[in-house]
Design a protein around this ligand. Structure first.
Ligand code: SF4
Ligand code: SF4
Length: 211
């Protein structure tokens, strides 16, 4: 390195102002309510999913393979980043966790073996528990209708799911023309196929909902 270049480099380094370090006390996420900020949601997600949220090193491989990324407002890896940095409200209000199909492509692709599908599940549950207004209101209704079927039958029951979803949204004609084709292909059973241990499933719901 020439003397001139060295001088220029030193000058540049001297003018460089390092970013303020984030400590838990100093960190002040934008637009984040005090109540949410005080609560460490990153730790809560880590506990609920049995994996450390800080494992994710933001390579973006998950988002590049996500089949519904196009419809999301924030890329899936960026939701993880928001949580890591304490921008909880932004993460919990995002439509991304609600549009996540739980396909687990991201989890299978992650070089850090971070289960992002599980992470999205925890974000959804925390958003509901904290009364965060969900952008995708009908998806929340779908989510609840789906869980109700699992609770009642121990597995998904599509006809019950459709009926409950339509009652909740009052959008009775949406996708109604798909029903005959789905029925003929065996995708829409008229009667539910209950599992044997439905009581066991109900008790899991009871335990996990804290009731
Ligand atoms: S693939 Fe894994 S490590 Fe990479 S950004 Fe996604 S979650 Fe993070
Ligand atoms: S689980 Fe969700 S975030 Fe992950 S690839 Fe599938 S849709 Fe995308």
């Amino acid at each position: 390195m020439s003397v001139n270049t060295l001088k220029e480099t030193n000058k540049l380094l001297a003018s460089f102002v390092p970013p303020a370090s984030f400590t838990d006390e100093e960190q002040e996420p934008l637009n984040t309510s005090v109540q949410l900020h005080r609560h460490n949601i990153a730790d809560e997600i880590s506990e609920r999913t049995f994996q450390d949220v800080s494992l994710c090193y933001q390579c973006g491989k998950c988002s590049s393979g996500c089949p519904v990324r196009y419809y999301m407002d924030i890329a899936p890896n960026k939701v993880v980043r928001l949580i890591q940095l304490g921008f909880y409200e932004e993460a919990l209000k995002s439509s991304t966790p609600w549009l996540c199909a739980g396909c687990q492509t991201c989890s299978a692709r992650c070089p850090k073996e971070f289960d992002l599908a599980k992470f999205m599940d925890a974000v959804r549950e925390i958003a509901i528990e904290k009364g965060i207004e969900v952008k995708e209101k009908n998806i929340l209704k779908f989510h609840k209708a789906f869980l109700d079927q699992i609770k009642s039958h121990g597995r998904s029951y599509e006809a019950g799911l459709v009926a409950e979803y339509k009652m909740k949204t009052l959008d009775l004609l949406q996708d109604v023309d798909s029903a005959p084709g789905m029925y003929l292909k065996g995708k829409l059973a008229i009667l539910p196929h209950n599992i044997k241990d439905r009581k066991g499933v109900k008790s899991i719901f009871k335990k996990t909902s804290g009731k």
